[in-house]
Ligand binder design. Sequence first.
Ligand code: RRO
Length: 310
Amino acid sequence: MDLSSKIQNVKFENLFLNASGIHCQTKEELDDLMNNSYSGGMVTKSATSNHRFGNPLPRYHSLPSGSINSMGLPNEGFDFYLDYVTRTEQKKPIILSVAGMSKEEDLELLHQIQDSDYQGLTELNLSCPNVIGKPQMAYDFQGSDIMLNEIFKFFKKPLGIKLPPYFDLVHFDKIASILNQYPLSHVNTINSIGNGMWVDIESEKVVLKPKGGFGGIGGAMALPTALANVRALRQRLNSSIDIIGTGGVTTGRDAFAHILCGANMVSIGTQVYEEGLGAFERITSELKEIMNSKGYHSLDDFRGKLKTIE
Ligand code: RRO
């Protein structure tokens, strides 16, 4: 059974990745991911120029069907991650994720990557919902267009972007028409569903301290939104732009659905956080079982082949 996949010319032994932010902030966490043989690649925590503690605690809460978080971009700082991706022996490909606190910082970080020895995949996170004063850039269509235009004037290495979920077909048309103008390696869809809320009835309180309790929703609850975003973007983006499907994967069935919608790779967030890295092994074996029962040998046998009802 072949679960290998590619983003551009980077080959992954299997399609599973951690979602950025999950078990990928510290060296120990990154090493754990590197040594896990059931994830085909890994993504670093989105980096800012300087180390950040992030938002005050509590900033993550498990929900009956998922999670809510307002981590606030805690990370070790860009130099740490650039050093990790250039100096660590790579048993699997790494995607370097960056998320400056402003457009200027994004451009500065990308300049540093361009000028470095790093030759791997980079992902610009345009969709963090949890930092006060930092809007989710990819909801600003014109601003995103201007920014990508500036970026690709100097950035010549493979670059993808992490998108927030969209909820209107007009918005899918709009973002796709912008993204199709640029030589993107991939899009990663979706980030958490921004600014949800959970209410604890006993205490009559919100469950997160930052932002008065608002936070990004992930896990099983996000699956239908994630599938729709993968599908809608696959139908609209140039075939040269690959897709990482992220959102709501808790089983092999969910991963299978993401691939049917057109995902080249599948990343897993909340479920890995809740279950640990063992989730990769379980979900891999569940996916293999489904493929086996359907007589599929590789992901190409069914990727993007979702049927609609006539
Ligand atoms: O750190 C976070 O609060 C965070 C980020 Br950068 C992101 O992109 N998505 C998310 O759900 N949380």
